[in-house]
Write a protein that binds this ligand. Sequence first.
Ligand SMILES: Cc1cc2nc3c(=O)[nH]c(=O)nc-3n(C[C@H](O)[C@H](O)[C@H](O)COP(=O)(O)O)c2cc1C
Length: 225
Amino acid sequence: MLRSDTASAFITTEHEIPGAHSGPSHRLSAAEAALARHSVRVYRDEPVTDDEIRTLISLTGRAPSAFNLQPWRFVVVRDQTTKNQLMAAAHGQKQVGQAPVVIAMYADMEDTMAHLDEVVHPDLDADKKASTIAMLNRNFGGMTPEARAAWANNQSNIALGYLLLIAKSEGFDTSPMLGFQADLVKQTLGIPAHATMTAMVALGRGADHGFRSHRHTVERTTSFR
Ligand SMILES: Cc1cc2nc3c(=O)[nH]c(=O)nc-3n(C[C@H](O)[C@H](O)[C@H](O)COP(=O)(O)O)c2cc1C
């Protein structure tokens, strides 16, 4: 178990983490996964099961969002022809065609707005539910579809961070991408035109460890007052 008061003794590479590449039976803590995760762009030819994907997406869905709107949506792609089309839309990035799974992640605020009853807390009484839905309709109904799509994508990015970290924790490697033609990806996957693409994520068991991470220090990014 990693302890916050032993920062200098932190594991710094996945090579030092027992079980980092040995699959879900060796789940990594959040801190271990944060240290072990790198973008990996070459994958072993090993399938990822639907159950494994369901676990990942279920845990990803635990991400918080403002008003609990959860505007993120996923398309899980395994079909090779479709992956090849996505690879072409992603400027030929090979990991898209080569990974066993590609997850296209997007934010759909119009779907969210059409089903607000799904996101209000079930413990609220009927009056409070109705007033919450009315408030949300006022809030977001007053925005342009483009502005609320951008707002929703900010929320979806929280879930993207969860997905990358949880995937590593569960024994998978990932390559998040924004280098693609969003319209072409939407067209290929039947994603609504009004949606905002959050990312494509190639996912599988890595055949290499990716590049060593290079990050700002806490001093560079943080001030304490
Ligand atoms: C939203 C997002 C989009 C990215 N797009 C691409 C991409 O299109 N192609 C690529 O090879 N890497 C892409 N990356 C990977 C970044 O270059 C990488 O995360 C960064 O250099 C840090 O390296 P690390 O992920 O190994 O820690 C993307 C990462 C994020 C979070």
